[in-house]
Design a protein around this ligand. Structure first.
Ligand code: SF4
Length: 413
């Protein structure tokens, strides 16, 4: 058997899918090596969230082919689905694997003859569910619980690249969580495209899923990677607050703090609803870490609209802001909207939000100073240091001590 490399350009979900492929290759006898090394097969799991991500994918493929001209390059991920022919035309590409064929990637990549080059179905007919999980070090695992999205926000290509909302049954996800526990992991991060939409394709619910996962022995902590505010229900919040393995850490996309822009984005809430949600969570739990996604420079966003977003964030005080300059994606309604914001203005808005994020994050850490928190230490050693995360996602660093790896210990922050 040969050597294979997996390179992921996308999100946690793509990372989980790459790991699932790598395990399949390793089980078949392939040696999995890292990006700079020589290999027979390079699987490039692309991202298409911005035009910059598209460019990165294309540059990486060209670079790989120049450096390892004899190797097979297999392109998967969102760019493979959205730009299959363009990817297939690139030199060195052995196959392009669309969304529906993720489960066949090993067979496609290792076939004796190339057969066809493009494995693609229209996205509306791509409903296969590819189960996946991945890990960071030896303590934290990312478990895919859901794929696709039915929301069609006007800026987003994900429904075009990943298809309809779907999931594996609770029983099979719980089975994967048990495997993860058996491998020694203590913390699991639930990932998906629209995670809270879990259950649509199986007649189950996200609440049902988290209650079952809570019972898996060996896993001591769960985080939800991201959840739409309308799907994080009071029922779920009350249950988490009762003292479950689910941590006081919520990543919730806001995208804009201006109601007019939220409506143009086709988001399913307004700022009043969002504010109430945050207040409700804070009324049930202390010291919650909120990570909030925001898009800067959506078409039609004026200075006044941006200022509304800025003030709204100052008011709700998240611990972190994930900032994305709006990227015009072909095939989305927002790409055709009037009032496209110049790049220079987007840059300024991003910078302003970055400064705000620094202040808010600093204030959150400061407010937690002196509190006793449980920290799960990870296995990575860097410059004699190790790190871990508190329940409410504060990163803690200390001198490396191998006896602490994978242990949850009390720490005064
Ligand atoms: S909910 Fe998220 S994934 Fe779905 S369309 Fe909106 S932004 Fe995209």
């Amino acid at each position: 058997m040969g050597r294979a490399v997996f390179i992921t350009l996308g999100c946690k979900l793509s990372f989980a899918e790459s790991s699932a492929w790598a395990r399949e290759f390793a089980a078949a006898g392939y040696e999995i090596v890292t990006e700079g090394e020589e290999a027979d097969i390079y699987v490039v799991n692309t991202c298409s969230v911005t035009s910059n991500a598209d460019k990165k994918g294309r540059n990486l493929i060209s670079r790989l082919h120049r450096r390892f001209p004899g190797a097979r390059i297999v392109v998967a991920g969102c760019q493979a689905q959205l730009k299959a022919e363009e990817m297939a035309a690139m030199e060195g590409v052995w196959a392009v694997v669309g969304s529906q064929y993720k489960g066949d990637l090993y067979a496609i990549a290792t076939a004796d003859t190339p057969g066809r080059k493009v494995f693609l179905e229209p996205i509306e007919e791509s409903d296969a569910y590819f189960p996946a999980h991945s890990s960071i070090g030896r303590t934290r695992a990312f478990l895919k619980v859901q794929d696709g999205c039915d929301y069609h926000c006007t800026y987003c290509t994900v429904p075009l690249a990943r298809g309809v909302s779907r999931n594996a049954p609770i029983a099979s996800i719980v089975g994967q969580a048990r495997q993860i526990a058996a491998a020694g992991f203590k913390e699991v991060v639930l990932t998906g495209v629209n995670t809270g939409d879990f259950g649509k394709s199986t007649g189950e619910s996200f609440f049902g899923l988290i209650k079952e996962l809570n019972e898996v022995n060996g896993i001591e902590r769960y985080r939800i990677s991201s959840i739409e505010p309308n799907l994080l229900t009071e029922e779920i919040i009350d249950w988490i607050a009762k003292g479950t393995k689910f941590l006081p850490h919520f990543h919730i996309p806001l995208q804009s703090g201006c109601d007019r822009i939220l409506a143009a984005m086709h988001r399913r809430y307004n700022t009043g609803f969002f504010r109430q949600k945050i207040e409700y969570i804070r009324s049930r739990m202390d010291n919650v870490f909120f990570g909030i996604d925001v898009i800067a420079g959506f078409p039609g966003e004026t200075d006044a609209d941006f200022n509304s977003t800025y003030r709204f964030l100052e008011e709700i005080r998240p611990a972190f802001i994930h900032i994305f300059p709006y990227s015009r994606r072909a095939g989305t309604p927002a790409a055709e909207m009037p009032g496209q914001v110049p790049e220079s203005v987007k840059k300024e808005r991003v910078k302003a939000l970055e400064r705000l994020c620094d202040n808010l994050h600093g204030a959150f850490c400061e407010a937690n100073r002196g509190r006793c928190e449980q920290v799960l230490f990870e296995s990575t050693e860097k410059d004699g240091k190790m790190f871990g995360y508190s329940r409410n996602y504060i990163k803690v660093e200390r001198d490396y001590d191998p006896s602490l790896v994978g242990r949850i210990v009390d720490v005064i922050l």
